[in-house]
Structures are given as structure tokens and as C-alpha cells.
Write a protein that binds this ligand. Structure first.
Ligand code: ARG
Length: 456
């Protein structure tokens, strides 16, 4: 094999070769690499850059290499550096020197950019599906607990009553935006870099549009230097993944908090909790905790690739080989987290009784009392002050609002009348009948919208 690529020379020290190798991780791109090569060779033949017969031999060789890899018969060699060289060297083994024609009008620089874009496109579509599955589980849980009223919190202090379904659908909306961001990211990944060569374009009459069609890209890149040397699409994926993990982490935190014995709002199915080795009463929310923890790693991957790319001169630099491990790790972490959450959420049981008990007295209706006074003509700021004093009084007396007599009310404002006792959790909810509000009517509409979004 006298014609093997010249950068695999014997003068490179073994230590350096090991250091430079990306094959331990980029073998994951074998399918994209071979798919890209097949499309490239078809194009070379179509454009009469190489003979049709040679192209056929090369394609057959590539297909059999793919089979070898899939059957676990392929021996990846570290000294061959990366997936591109491993495949090409094996092609030489199989078909001899005609293999040397594969790399016509191509460089590893546009090849690796291609592989990574093909990979990212597939993974984005899988990500979107997995987000959707989790959204489905959230909708189911919301439906099943449609009538349960819970305390809504600000500063983790009970604030106003909301429907459990409303609370859950907040996460639905977050994940909806994440999905939109991935769709948007997809558009920028969906660009063919092949044809950019090492950096300046290629000196053959290649058919880039043909290759784009073969590989399912909707656009071809418009600047060769940019196409081989930017990894903004990797960064965008990781940034979008980081946001999604942030949302998952918040959901995780509430699952942890709500399943604590202090809250007891929910119970996670046993299949998604773990026991303790010494405390038999424990059901630990480890899955949620670990998701919260893994979020840090996904942020780290984002920071890492941003830092790697910062200050790199055009065009390709070897630094960029560092793009892959973080991306793979982020994909795996995000996907496994989404998957396990979609299942775990299905096992969650809401404890309506505990939630009901948690609504201490009815102080959570303070805003409604202020709104009541506003309706009777008092300016809101003044009403706020009146109800603040009233609340303090009620708390000191150990009474709920409902337990106060009308004459006690009158001590704070004579605008209070018998109908103040019509203020209930239900009336509070019903009053918030604004788009995006927690009234049962609005939540019903939101559920319908959400269901439609996951079914489409
Ligand atoms: N293993 C390399 C990477 O992942 C492939 C591109 C190598 N190009 C080069 N000129 N050394 O980035």
C-alpha cells in the first residue's frame, strides 16, 4: 500500500500519535463517514472525475466496511488516528490502490465537518421526539389531576392558589420552546460543507448540489473557510441542550421537594426511586437528583467548546478535534435524562389530600381580599395595606379569614360586607380567567392546546 495518505508517516513518535488520535471517540461517526463517502464517490463518477467502474468498486468496499464495523469485526487502529483514516486504510486493504481515488476533491477538514453535521441532524430529530414524549407524560399527569388545587409559590412561600395542571403545564411550555429552539438549530446544521476542501474550495468540477440532495441537506455552505472552521452549530446544539437541561433540573428540583415527607405532594413510583442501605423508610428521588447534577456537566461541555473555539484563527486547527467528546456526552446525557423523565413522570401520584392540608388556613386568598376591596372602589395600593393589617391580625388570632366575623372585618374597612365570605379557593381560581391564567376554563383550553401539540 504505497499510496496511503502521507500524514500517517513513521516519523511521528508513538506518544504523539496516541495523543493526537481521536479514534477512541470518533469511531461513533463511522456511519456518517461512510454515508458521506458514498455520496461523494457517486458525485465524482457522475461528474466524470473518476471512472464509473472505480466508483462502484469503492462503494462496494465502503459498504462491506460498514458491515464489518456493525458486526464488530473491524479493528480500529489508534495509529491511524481517526475514523476517516481508519475507513480509508481498510478500503486500501480491501480494494487496493483504486481506494486512493475516494479522497479526490475532498479533505478531512470538510469531511469531518460533514460527519458532524450529519450526526447532529439525526440527534436533533431524536431530541425533539424525546422532548415530545416527556411533554406527553406531563399532559397526562395534568389531566389526571385536573381539579386539584395547590398553593402556588413565590420565594417558596405560599402565594396564590393554582391548579396542579397549570403548574405542570408551565413545564410543558418551557419544553415547547426548547423544541422550537432545536428546530431552529436544525436549520443551521442542515448545510453541506463538502466541497470546501481543506479551506479554499476544490479544484474539480464537483456537483455540490447533487451531494446535498443525496445526503438530505437543504443548503450548501457559501464560504469554504467558514464551512471547515466554524463549529457554531455544535455550540448552538449544546447551548440549546443546556437550556433544556436547566428546565429538566427545575422540574427535578420540584419533584424532589414535593416528594419529601415535609411536602408529600407527590409520590414517585417505586421503580424510579431508590432505597437506602441503612434507613428502611427511605425512598430517594435519585433519578431527579442525578438529572439535576448532570445539568452541570452539560453546561460544562458548552463552556468547554466555546472556550476551545475562542481566538482560533481561520481555518481548521487541530484544537477543533475537541468538539466531539463534549457533543457526544451532551447528546447522551440529554437523551437519557429526557427518556427516564418521560417514564418517571408517568409514575407520579399526586396526593390531593396532603396538598389540601398544606394550604395553611386561607391566607393564600389575601390577594383576592384586596381585589374584593378594589371592586368596592378602594385603590389597590390602599387595599393592599388594609389586607396586610388584616392578615397580621388573623395570624395573631390564629384564625383563618373565613373564621373572622364581619365586625372584625369592619375594624379594617367598612367596605367589607357579607359577600366577603364568597371568596374561596374556587372563586380565586375562577377569577383568573385571563389567557394564560389558572382558571379551570383557561387550564382546560391550555390542556387541549398541549394535547394537540404532542399529537401532531
Ligand atoms: N480527527 C480530526 C478532527 O476530529 C479530523 C480532521 C483532521 N484534519 C486535519 N487536517 N488534521 O478534527
Amino acid at each position: 500500500m504505497k499510496h496511503l495518505p502521507s500524514n500517517i508517516h513513521n516519523k511521528v513518535d508513538k506518544l504523539a500519535r496516541d495523543y493526537l488520535a481521536s479514534i477512541p471517540f470518533d469511531q461513533r461517526l463511522y456511519r456518517q463517514d461512510i454515508e458521506g463517502s458514498i455520496a461523494h464517490v457517486k458525485m465524482l463518477a457522475k461528474q466524470e472525475i473518476i471512472a464509473k467502474e472505480d466508483a462502484e468498486v469503492i462503494i462496494k468496499g465502503l459498504i462491506s466496511i460498514r458491515e464489518e464495523i456493525e458486526q464488530g469485526k473491524f479493528l480500529f487502529k489508534r495509529e491511524l488516528e481517526d475514523i476517516h483514516m481508519n475507513v480509508e486504510a481498510q478500503l486500501f486493504e480491501k480494494i487496493g490502490d483504486v481506494a486512493g481515488k475516494l479522497h479526490t476533491a475532498r479533505s478531512r477538514n470538510d469531511q469531518v465537518a460533514l460527519d458532524l453535521r450529519l450526526f447532529a441532524k439525526e440527534e436533533i430529530l431524536k431530541t425533539i421526539d424525546r422532548i415530545k414524549a416527556l411533554q406527553s407524560s406531563l399532559v397526562e399527569l395534568a389531566e389526571a389531576n385536573k381539579d386539584v388545587i395547590m398553593p402556588g409559590y413565590t420565594h417558596l412561600q405560599q402565594a396564590q392558589p393554582v391548579l396542579v395542571a397549570h403548574h405542570l403545564l408551565a413545564y410543558f411550555d418551557m419544553f415547547q420552546r426548547d423544541k422550537e429552539r432545536f428546530h431552529d438549530c436544525f436549520k443551521r446544521v442542515d448545510v453541506l460543507p463538502l466541497g470546501s476542501g481543506a479551506l479554499a474550495g476544490v479544484a474539480h468540477a464537483v456537483g455540490r448540489d447533487f451531494v446535498a440532495r443525496e445526503l438530505g441537506f437543504s443548503k450548501v455552505s457559501t464560504n469554504s473557510l467558514d464551512a471547515v472552521s466554524d463549529r457554531d452549530f455544535v455550540i448552538e446544539f449544546e447551548a440549546t441542550a443546556a437550556l433544556t437541561m436547566m428546565h429538566l433540573s427545575r422540574l427535578a428540583e420540584e419533584i424532589i421537594l414535593w416528594s419529601s415527607s415535609e411536602f408529600g405532594f407527590i409520590a414517585i413510583g417505586e421503580a424510579y426511586t431508590t432505597g437506602s442501605s441503612i434507613m428502611p423508610q427511605k425512598k430517594n428521588p435519585d433519578v431527579a437528583e442525578l438529572a439535576r447534577g448532570k445539568t452541570g456537566r452539560v453546561y460544562g461541555n458548552l463552556m468547554s467548546i466555546l472556550t476551545t473555539m475562542k481566538g482560533l484563527p481561520l481555518a481548521y486547527n487541530r484544537d477543533m478535534q475537541e468538539d466531539k467528546e463534549g457533543l457526544f456526552d451532551t447528546v447522551d446525557t440529554l437523551h437519557s435524562t429526557l427518556e427516564v423523565f418521560a417514564e418517571m413522570v408517568k409514575t407520579i401520584r399526586v396526593n390531593a389530600k396532603r396538598i389540601h392540608e398544606a394550604i395553611k388556613k386561607d391566607y393564600i386568598l389575601a390577594t383576592d381580599l384586596a381585589d374584593y376591596l378594589v371592586e368596592k372602589g378602594m385603590p389597590f395600593r390602599e387595599a393592599h395595606g388594609v389586607v396586610a393589617k388584616l392578615s397580621e391580625y388573623a395570624v395573631n388570632k390564629g384564625k383563618s379569614f373565613r373564621e373572622l366575623s364581619l365586625s372584625e372585618y369592619h375594624g379594617f374597612s367598612t367596605l367589607f360586607a357579607e359577600d366577603v365570605y364568597n371568596i374561596t379557593m374556587e372563586s380565586s381560581l375562577a377569577a383568573r380567567n385571563v389567557i394564560g391564567g389558572t382558571s379551570p376554563q383557561q387550564v382546560e383550553m391550555a390542556l387541549t392546546r398541549a394535547r394537540k401539540l404532542v399529537e401532531e
